[in-house]
Each structure stands twice: as structure tokens, then as C-alpha cells.
Design a protein around this ligand. Structure first.
Ligand SMILES: [Zn+2]
Length: 283
């Protein structure tokens, strides 16, 4: 941001056309054809963002990013980097403070053709699981495999199925599980997920490099600054992966932008009170 060229009007008007072509003209054309009530406002924001990123503003003015993270790749990347930095720091802190190991878990609901309806259903599924987990920790009700997620960073991703016919929103978790605990019972986890979602795709649970490195340090009871850096970078990589710009065609990008209004791309499932400090939850 520091190297902003002078706003030479002649230079700008000649190059702006190229800038728009490069950054967003096909999307703007598509948006103008759409029936979104605020399509002209959106196209203005996208143009201003492209112009700002290319040329900067006169000194004293504020950055002019569009923050349209389902439409603008540059803003999607900036968003992913910012969130990854914030939450990799937080997750590493929780791992060290409470001796927790991160797993990468993916829950896949059934693919359908109505994205708006599906996102409502995914929210319901997540709320059901979260409520059961909360009831267990607060009121001692039945244990579910999701109670092994002592803390979870939850990220929603929207894709098309491979044949491009159906929408496939799915949920990634970085789930923190106590080092001393048994890991997940995959068969119980699959049964619980099927009961909530009616999906035949079982949860996918993957160890993480961050977790493997952390276990190694715990055995030797020491964690160096260098090792913290390695774990931090792996957490950052995972979060950025889950928040990557969605690989969709232009018309699908517009559908997702519209459908995701009011839906959080990420949220946290906080640590329960019974396990030390209570961490605020952003839902
Ligand atoms: Zn932008």
C-alpha cells in the first residue's frame, strides 16, 4: 500500500480500461445482467476496489477495498489472511495453555439444488450439534463424539458437485481435542452425523502437521519459539485453505454472494467453562 503511483489523470484513464479488463470486467457484465436489486452499487464498489488496488488514492483518503469476498478475489485473499492470522494465534495459545491437539474435520451434508434452502439446513444441523455439546458440558447430558471438540473453529465452504449440477456446502472444523484423550470414534461420529444430517457421507477426520509437531514437543515437555512458529504457520495454512476464494464460475459467484448474505463464513465453538477459562464465542 505504501507504493502508490501518482494519480496522473491521463495515465489513469488510459490504463483503467486495462485494469478493469484484468480485474473484474467480465464479472461486472454478469452482475449488470443479474436481477440483484443493488447490482449497480456492487459494480461501483468492484470498480473502485480494482482502481484503488492498482493506483492507490491521493494521500489522506481511506483505502477503498470493496470487501465483497465472494466476488472479488483480492478482497477474498485479504480476508483469508486476516482471519488466519487472528485465529492461528488464538488456537496456538489454547493448544499450549490447555494441552490440546488440532484435528481437521470435514462434515458434508447432502448436495442439493437450492443453495439458500441448503444453507438454512446447514445452520440448523450445526446448531443441533452445538446445542447437544453445550448441554453435555453445562448439564451433564449424554456425551456425543462432538464433545471431543473442546474448542472448534468452524468454516463454511460452498462448492458445486463435480458434475456442476448441485450445490455442495460443507463445513470444515479445526477441532481441539485433549492430548491425553482417546481420539475420535469414527463409527460413532458417522452415526451421530447421519442422524443430524441424513447424509451418507461420513465425517472426514484428518491429523494435522501442527498436531503432530505439538505431540512431539509435549513428549519432551518443551516447546521452542522455532517450533511455535512452525505450528503457527501450519494452522495459518489450514485456515487459509478452508477460507480460500471459491472456485466457481461468474454466475455461481453471484448466486453465492446473494445466498451468503447474513450467513457467517466462520464462527467458534467456545471452550466449556468446566475446562478452564471460558472463551467468548462469535456465532
Ligand atoms: Zn475488492
Amino acid at each position: 500500500m505504501s507504493l502508490r503511483p501518482q494519480n496522473d489523470p491521463e495515465h489513469q484513464s488510459k490504463s483503467l480500461h486495462k485494469t478493469d479488463d484484468y480485474w473484474c470486467t467480465p464479472l461486472i457484465r454478469q452482475l449488470e445482467k443479474s436481477d440483484l436489486p443493488d447490482r449497480f452499487k456492487l459494480t461501483r464498489r468492484l470498480r473502485n476496489c480494482a482502481q484503488y488496488r492498482r493506483y492507490g488514492l491521493n494521500s489522506g483518503k481511506k483505502p477503498n477495498y470493496c470487501h465483497l469476498r465472494y466476488l472479488c478475489k483480492a478482497c477474498a485473499d485479504r480476508y483469508a489472511k486476516r482471519v488466519a492470522l487472528e485465529y492461528a494465534t488464538k488456537i496456538l495459545g489454547l493448544m499450549i495453555q490447555f494441552g490440546l491437539c488440532p484435528f481437521f474435520v470435514t462434515l458434508s451434508p447432502r448436495a442439493e439444488n437450492d443453495l439458500v434452502q441448503q444453507l438454512v439446513q446447514v445452520e440448523r444441523m450445526l446448531n443441533k450439534i452445538r446445542q447437544k455439546r453445550k448441554n453435555h458440558f453445562s448439564h451433564g447430558t449424554q456425551f456425543t463424539e462432538f464433545c471431543r471438540f473442546l474448542y472448534a473453529f468452524v468454516i463454511l465452504e460452498v462448492k458445486r458437485t463435480q458434475d456442476g449440477q448441485l450445490w455442495f456446502p460443507h463445513v470444515h472444523f479445526i477441532a481441539l481435542n485433549p492430548l491425553a484423550d482417546v481420539r475420535f470414534n469414527l463409527s460413532d461420529l458417522a452415526t451421530e452425523w447421519r442422524m443430524v444430517s441424513e447424509s451418507e457421507i461420513p465425517p472426514h477426520v484428518k491429523s494435522t502437521t501442527a498436531g503432530k509437531l505439538f505431540r512431539r514437543c509435549q513428549r519432551s515437555d518443551s516447546i521452542s519459539e522455532d517450533m511455535k512458529g512452525k505450528i503457527f504457520r501450519d494452522l495459518q495454512r489450514i485456515i487459509q485453505y478452508a477460507l480460500k476464494p471459491l472456485p466457481l464460475c461468474l454466475s455461481d459467484q453471484i448466486v453465492v454472494h446473494s445466498a451468503m448474505r447474513g450467513t457467517h463464513r466462520y464462527r467458534e465453538w467456545a471452550m466449556p467453562k468446566s475446562h478452564g477459562q471460558f472463551h467468548s464465542s462469535k456465532v
